[in-house]
Design a protein around this ligand. Structure first.
Ligand code: YOG
Length: 134
């Protein structure tokens, strides 16, 4: 049985989100608001097609992609950069590399027990988020 990330997930912990946002160049006032948020993720997975909608009271971000197919990503409402993104499977982990202005940018999703994990990387910063099913 392949791993299935589908569902509605609520953020329960968010380690070093501040460092990740600083690495992305997010200004102080925006960071102050953003770190108070408890985002929710709605994930729809159909084979290798993904829909990941991250929502909050402040901004939301929708990403749709197919595993193994590079796409143009514009991080609208986040840091507003353009990158070439590619998501691949590494065993049961979903790994995204976001090639662009920022070095070492990307993220990894995996399941651990009943929890959804997300590691967000930019330059030398790593943010670790954990979500539980809503
Ligand atoms: O997830 O790309 O699931 O896209 C990263 C926030 C905060 C806005 C959130 C809004 C980066 C202000 C998306 C937070 C900080 C701060 C809720 C992470 C930038 C700006 C949208 C992400 C992947 C994997 C799918």
């Amino acid at each position: 049985m392949p791993v299935d990330f589908s569902g509605t997930w609520n953020l329960v912990s968010n380690d070093n989100f501040e460092g990740y946002m600083v690495a992305l160049g997010i200004d102080f006032a925006t960071r102050k608001v953003a770190k108070m948020l408890k985002p929710q993720k709605v994930i729809k997975q159909d084979g290798d097609s993904f829909y990941i909608h991250t929502t909050s009271t402040f901004r939301d971000y929708l990403l749709e992609f197919k595993v193994g197919e590079e796409f143009d990503e514009e991080t609208k409402g986040l840091d507003n950069r353009k990158c070439k993104s590619l998501v691949t499977w590494e065993n049961d982990k979903l790994v995204c590399v976001q090639t662009g202005e920022k070095k070492n940018r990307g993220w990894t999703h995996w399941l651990e027990g009943d929890d959804l994990h997300l590691e967000l990387r930019c330059e030398n910063q790593v943010c670790r988020q954990v979500f539980k099913r809503a």
